[in-house]
Design a binder for this molecule. Structure first.
Ligand SMILES: Nc1nc2c(ncn2[C@@H]2O[C@H](COP(=O)(O)OP(=O)(O)OP(=O)(O)O)[C@@H](O)[C@H]2O)c(=O)[nH]1
Ligand SMILES: [Mg+2]
Length: 272
């Protein structure tokens, strides 16, 4: 039996999940932290990171589509259900790692897996039961999210439904920030509250009164409950990668961030 820490990297198709895993693995290596990466995407074709566990060794989308004549989306659901039924395979693979290992799980981009289906929740619950402190890292493409306030709100909603479905400590990461030219503008959007964002967006208010009103009400809900926060990631900036890694480490209580355990508190109490 092994135990440790893990990030579940999720988000819409093409949002930069696999690229994120590569930079996190590389950055961990620079800090002498061994970061293992587990590919959980049965449809993956190629990635830059060193893949320590690959779900395609268990089942691949290509085989399912060929042998069972499924389409790409139904095939993916079949693969994830198959993984869920064969979690012993994943457990055996993970048990090869040392105690306290740090694993990043690169997940598929089909958003329905997180927003309303329970397969991923069941998979993560199983991994947690093996003694892994997990968190979810939700990747949002900054070039899309930051292009329009409506996109920002809709990404926030997808992230929120994922957060409620997956039931893990959650971090929203704005990926591809190296492609954003107006960094100040981006920070302004990130710092504004959602209601302000919508009411300041002249384009959005011109768009359609009814939908603008709906967006404003949704923005109010997001704001009232302080539900959503984004952290930017620019992979060309080592400090930016470090910041994201630190945020995640805090969420999973990675060694340096671990809270003193109850025993230590009790001892303190006894000593007065
Ligand atoms: N400039 C830049 N490009 C990026 C970054 N992250 C991802 N990309 C590009 O965006 C595309 C998609 O990136 P991936 O990392 O494959 O995205 P993904 O979320 O894993 O995609 P799926 O697994 O297909 O859902 C690729 O062409 C990447 O090179 C980034 O931080 N900066
Ligand atoms: Mg990928």
């Amino acid at each position: 039996m092994s135990s440790g820490f893990g990030q579940l990297v999720i988000g819409p198709a093409g949002s930069g999940k696999s690229t994120y895993c590569y930079y996190m693995q590389e950055h961990g290596g620079l800090n002498r932290k061994t970061v293992k990466v587990c590919n959980l995407d049965p449809a993956a074709e190629n990635f830059k990171y060193t893949c320590d566990i690959d779900v395609r060794d268990l089942i691949s989308l290509e085989d399912v589509m060929e042998e069972l004549e499924y389409g790409p989306n139904g095939g993916l659901i079949y693969c994830m259900e198959y993984l869920l039924e064969n979690m012993d395979w994943l457990h055996d693979e993970i048990c090869e790692f040392a105690e306290d290992s740090y694993i990043i799980f690169d997940c598929p981009g089909q958003i329905e897996l997180y927003s309303h289906m329970t397969i991923m929740t069941q998979i993560t619950n199983k991994i947690k039961s093996w003694g892994y402190n997990l968190c979810a890292v939700f990747c949002c493409d900054a070039t899309i999210s930051m292009s329009h306030s409506n996109n920002f709100i809709s990404n926030s909603l997808v992230s929120l439904s994922t957060m409620m479905q997956i039931e893990l400590p959650h971090l929203n990461v704005l990926t591809k920030c190296d492609l954003i030219e107006d960094k100040k503008g981006m920070e302004r959007i990130m710092d504004s509250d959602p209601t302000q964002l919508i009411s300041n967006d002249k384009e959005a208010s011109k768009f359609n009164k009814k939908y603008h009103g709906l967006n404003s009400v949704i923005a109010n809900v997001l704001e009232d409950f302080s539900l959503i926060r984004f952290v930017s990631l620019d992979v060309t900036d080592e400090e930016s990668i470090e910041r994201v890694m630190n945020e995640v480490d805090m969420l999973v209580q990675y060694k340096d961030y671990a809270l003193p355990d109850d025993a230590a508190y009790n001892l303190q109490d006894e000593e007065g």
